[in-house]
Ligand binder design. Sequence first.
Ligand SMILES: [Zn+2]
Length: 73
Amino acid sequence: MEKVTSGKRLRTCRACGKQFEYPVKGSAATRHHCEECVQVPTHLRVVAERLSARLANLERQLKRLQPPSTPPA
Ligand SMILES: [Zn+2]
C-alpha cells in the first residue's frame, strides 16, 4: 500500500541532515548529498559532514538519557 514512485527514495543528506528524494530528474543531488550541499566545496562539505555526524551522535545520546515515556505508576 506504500506509494513509491519510480524508485524514488527519501535520503538524508550527509552534510546538512536534510531529507531529500533521490533520484529527482534535473536535480544535481547525489545519493549522499542534497542539491544544495552538492555545490559546497569538498573541503567545507567534509567539515559539515563531521559536524553532522557529531550532532547525530549527540541526538542518540540525548534519546538514551530521556526516560521512556511511560505514565507514572
Ligand atoms: Zn545537504
